[in-house]
Design a protein around this ligand. Structure first.
Ligand code: ADE
Length: 256
């Protein structure tokens, strides 16, 4: 799953799939390196992501869900161009207090939705495998320099990602989120909703976000160009490595 058209296009370039229309979405169903996959553009926001995830599970019968996209950083150590793999997700805009504790999804007793440990480990492995190649490609294409000639290599982080129906584009709002949820590394608009749906159905979920901005007053300026030039090809490359890895481990299991 991805939320932005550029991200899905980069995936579809690598995949042989047939389009199937359902609920105002196009689901691309096909084979990718021997794996049955369905790729889909959820569109932006929690409801769009949740209905798409439910359809993937109910109609297409997927048994695992992986999301790839971009996010704003909420942590001084998480820089533009870095990758965050979620180990947990929370909806920062949910507040049914005083009936239920702030952030809790009413009647579930849960506010934090952990990602699947095994799938998250596999996704992290795919990111680590791709990082050196992505970094040298970005350097040779001059994209590295566009990220502010940063001297440090791309870092891979694992931690809490927040989702809400808001593009966070002010330092005061991101500082407020950080004060309230200090362990959060990044903020976006979909994955905690997908995690909630996957939890309801007992379907493993993993999510990867490339940092496009610092969720501050210039967040919207960095966003569009970054998706086109960096995040979309980067995300597709990682997902391809992830699918290839799964194919390899399946072959190993078949041989055993
Ligand atoms: N996705 C990427 N950057 C974001 C931001 N600043 N707020 C919410 N979602 C985002």
């Amino acid at each position: 799953m991805s939320a932005m058209p550029q991200e899905l296009s980069c995936i579809l370039e690598r995949l042989q799939a047939q389009p199937i229309e359902r609920g105002s979405r196009t689901y691309w169903q096909g084979q990718w390196m021997g794996q049955s996959v369905v790729a889909v553009l959820s569109r932006v926001g929690k409801v769009a992501a949740a209905t798409t995830a439910a359809c993937l599970i109910e109609h297409f019968g997927v048994d695992q869900v992986v999301f790839s996209g971009v996010a704003g950083s909420l942590d001084a150590q998480v820089h533009v161009g870095d990758v965050v793999v979620a180990n947990a997700l929370l909806q920062h805009d949910v507040d049914a207090s005083p009936l239920f504790p702030k952030y809790e999804i009413a009647l579930t007793g849960k506010s934090i939705f952990p990602t699947d440990v095994q799938l998250t480990q596999e996704l992290t492995g795919a990111v680590s495998q791709c990082l050196p190649e992505i970094q040298s490609k970005m350097q040779s294409e001059g994209l590295w320099q566009q990220l502010g000639s940063r001297a440090r290599p791309i870092a891979l982080h694992q931690g809490l990602i927040l989702s809400g129906d808001q593009f966070i584009s002010s330092a005061s709002k991101s500082e407020e989120l950080k004060r309230q949820l200090p362990s959060a590394l990044a903020v976006e608009m979909e994955c905690a909703a997908v995690a909630q749906v996957c939890s309801d159905y007992g379907v493993p979920f993993a999510a990867l976000r490339i940092i496009s901005d610092r969720a501050n007053d210039s967040a919207h300026l960095d966003f569009g160009q970054f998706i086109d030039t960096v995040a979309a090809p980067f995300g597709a490359h990682v997902i391809e490595a992830f699918v290839a890895q799964r194919g390899e481990s399946q072959k190993g299991q078949d041989r055993a």
